[in-house]
Design a protein around this ligand. Structure first.
Ligand code: GUN
Length: 293
């Protein structure tokens, strides 16, 4: 079987072409959607992610402010920066790149972002809305994955989606999104580190989501013929003395058995950035915390 490649570059181009019209419309009304990106410490992967995100915003003529804080910044200082951004009317979306250093309580920080500027959709109010089937701001990576499926006409209705990984960033929200009647209507199994006989479950999948953060973990022995695979992993490994980015799927091993898969790089990654742009454009209409009473 030939495995078709679900290109995130191609899908993101389709989204950008609709966003460009929306952005110029907003600009004609004197509105420039603005993102504040907060990067704490020197995590090399986070540096690259944030650089790619801000570069895209600049290329689209959007406002982006990068706040770099030292690894040893106190939780109090970080919380007071967020409070300031919450009340800054030129900032529509606030992104705090994860992971944060260990001495900082990530949950407390994410909860401090006013839900109407929560571009990542990680605030409990937005996560709660998603979990009751009323999504408002959806986390960028799962939202981008749903866009890829739609763009390549992969219908989820009645299919079995198996998700490996239960993170709040990807695994849990994609399991909810794909199960929602209006968006996917799939039957969903959410697997995690406590799952017994993972292969039993993964082999049932019509659509398999690999979001466990383990380089090339999923190989041909985990899948049935004809599965569609969404590979969410971005892992840096050393191979033959060279540094390389690989996903959570051994792409060589599954090629010829899967019907389609998202490559790494150039699969889900570009869609995360495109959805960050879309969410920022959506957020500009949200009320300021001053108006929330
Ligand atoms: N770290 C890994 N993925 C993400 C993401 O989508 N948003 C943020 N803020 N941090 C991340």
């Amino acid at each position: 079987m030939e495995t078709s490649i679900l290109s995130g570059i191609e899908a993101s181009k389709a989204l950008y072409s609709s966003l460009e019209g929306r952005i110029s419309n907003l600009k004609n009304h004197g509105i420039t959607p603005g993102l504040a990106a907060v990067l704490v410490g020197n995590n090399p992967a986070s540096e690259i992610y944030v650089k790619n995100k801000t570069k895209k915003f600049e290329a689209l003529g959007l406002k982006t402010d990068l706040f770099r804080l030292n690894e040893d910044v106190s939780e109090k200082e970080l919380l007071s920066l967020i409070e300031k951004l919450n009340f800054d009317d030129d900032i529509h979306g606030i992104l705090v790149q994860l992971p944060l250093p260990k001495h900082i309580d990530s949950e407390k920080v994410l909860n401090a972002i006013v839900p109407t500027k929560d571009v990542d959709g990680f605030h409990p109010e937005n996560a709660g809305l998603l979990s009751i089937g009323k999504p408002r701001f959806i986390p960028c990576t799962p939202k981008g994955m749903m866009f890829i499926l739609k763009h390549f006409n992969i219908d989820l209705n009645g299919k079995h989606v198996v998700v490996i990984g239960r993170s709040n960033i990807v695994g849990r929200p994609i399991s909810i999104l794909t199960s929602l009647k209006e968006l996917g209507n799939a039957t969903v199994t959410l697997c995690h580190s406590g799952t017994k006989d993972l292969k039993y479950h993964s082999k049932q999948a019509d659509v398999l989501v690999a979001a466990l953060g383990s380089p090339e973990f999923v190989d041909a022995s985990f899948i049935k013929d004809g599965v569609c695979i969404l590979d969410v992993g971005i892992n840096r490994i050393e191979r033959n003395g060279k540094s390389k980015i690989v996903g959570d799927v051994n792409q060589k091993s599954v090629s010829g058995k899967a019907s389609s898969l998202t490559p790494v790089p150039k699969g889900v990654g570009p869609m995360t950035i495109a959805m960050l742009v879309e969410n920022t454009c959506l957020l500009y209409t949200s009320p300021s915390p001053r108006d929330r009473g």
